[in-house]
Design a protein around this ligand. Sequence first.
Ligand SMILES: [Zn+2]
Length: 167
Amino acid sequence: MLPAPPNIMHPGTLAIVIFVGVAIAAGVISVAVRWLNAQPKWRTLTLPGFSVEVAGSVNDAQLSNALLLALEVLQPVWPGASLKGADLHIIVMDVESWLNIAGIRVGGEQGGNRVRVGKNLSALAHELAHFFQQTRDDEIDAAHESWMSRGIWRADDVYRAALRSSP
Ligand SMILES: [Zn+2]
């Protein structure tokens, strides 16, 4: 009778299994670290009557001023428009423009309750308008087809001019 082969791995096979295991673990860890680093670090910015979540290096007073200004210029379009309970998340970038997921250079982006604006905040009213259009009117008008007739472009102009002249 032949003795059964011992139920152990050949040392070479064992080494390969350990090597592959370690490589997979290292890959998983590096993906997790990259994912964590890509997560914005949110902080709450509280204004009279509402608060927003903010990420990025921006002066809170400057952002508060810009937000109030943006809300004010959008009132003629959306009377009573407010951010109370809106759970709005604003990411302020370190740059004025960047490439979006489609490879197009943009200075602002909006999707759901998240907006991303360039560091000078000049896109804030524009992105808030997209936000209100989506959340209040249930419309997504990425091509701005209704913006002229609804006075949204005019509101955006007023905002940009006021922002430039504010301290
Ligand atoms: Zn737009």
